[in-house]
Design a binder for this molecule. Structure first.
Ligand code: SIN
Length: 317
């Protein structure tokens, strides 16, 4: 080796090492959500992380922030749009600052069961909704199930008029707001992380959610009366930032899609099992009265809420 090449090596080596070290450092990807790890979404996120790190750990590490540790879901939608975080799975009710079309999921009694939700999501119209916000920076990779929503309150109820005057927590959504106004209840938009304390303080007297969320958040401690109303759906869209997605190679995108597909399948299976098991656990609690409405009662709830379908048709399309 000549003196010249030795000198070049001495000068160049640190640069080569720094460049090599930088490219060897895996990129950290942030996944933010608001529920506990022992929920369909929490478990889906953990499986996604483990698959990505097992298959592409030299390139990516996934940091999950559950339980609103990093931000609530309203902020997460903005943070995805702005590229501040990489993944989130907000409820489909959380997108109204970006689109009116997803309001379809908030319409009461539109989906008879989760099979109907699944069919719609798999249809051309349902799939198109995943990508229709991509110019705003929000790209849907998949839907993820939680389940059908149930009504809970701190006083007994079986008919729509029984809820009059109660303050009901809602996700901030125009449709959900009107739904409770139709019942002469007072809708109170509130972040998920604040609901338990608001129930404990009697700041609100009711809320709507899935069995899995009612159970994992211990809402039953302050909601002695529940109805298996199945009146709405709480599902999620797993989203990423469009520019981040477009910066990936085709092979990386394929790996992410595969990990997403597997972890969503797993999350959906967890959702199904949890909603059955958590319902059974709540039904067996001595402090909780769980009503199963008769067909006639259900028809009254549907009649009370269904005017929303026509009202929102022009906006949703
Ligand atoms: C969630 O399941 O992500 C939270 C839903 C809610 O805000 O009620």
């Amino acid at each position: 080796m000549t003196l010249l090449s030795l000198r070049w090596l001495r000068l160049a080596l640190p640069c080569v090492l720094v460049a090599g070290f930088a490219s060897a450092e895996p990129q950290t990807l942030i996944f933010s959500h608001v529920v506990s790890e022992n929920t369909p979404k929490g478990k889906m996120a953990l499986m996604f992380k483990s698959m990505i790190e097992r298959r592409m750990g030299d390139q990516f590490q996934v940091e999950i922030y559950p339980n609103t540790e990093l931000m609530d879901d309203d902020e997460a939608v903005d943070a995805i749009a702005e590229g501040r975080i990489h993944f989130a799975a907000p409820s489909l009710s959380k997108f109204q600052n970006y689109t009116t079309q997803l309001m379809v999921y908030d319409l009461p009694f539109l989906f008879a069961d989760m099979d109907a939700v699944e069919r719609f999501q798999g249809s051309t119209a349902g799939q198109a909704l995943l990508t229709h916000m991509s110019e705003d920076g929000i790209l849907g990779l998949s839907y993820l199930h939680n389940g059908l929503k149930q009504l809970t309150a701190s006083r007994d109820f079986s008919l729509p008029e029984d809820l009059a005057g109660l303050r009901f927590r809602i996700i901030a959504s125009d449709v959900l707001q009107k739904q409770f106004e139709l019942l002469n209840a007072e809708p109170v938009p509130m972040a998920f992380s604040q609901v338990y304390q608001a129930l404990a303080d009697n700041d609100i007297q009711g809320q709507e959610n899935t069995w899995s969320n009612i159970y994992s958040q211990a809402f039953y401690e302050h909601q002695s009366f529940m109805m298996q109303s199945n009146h709405g759906v709480l599902d999620y869209m797993v989203i990423t930032n469009t520019d981040f997605w477009n910066s990936l190679t085709a092979d990386q995108q394929q790996e992410f899609r595969f990990a997403m597909e597997m972890s969503v399948k797993y999350g959906n299976a967890v959702a199904l099992a949890k909603n059955q098991n958590d319902r059974a656990a709540i039904a067996s609690m001595s402090g909780v009265t769980l009503h199963e409405p008769t067909m006639e009662q259900l028809a009254q709830w549907q009649n009370a809420m269904k005017p929303l379908w026509q009202e929102y048709e022009p906006q949703i399309g």
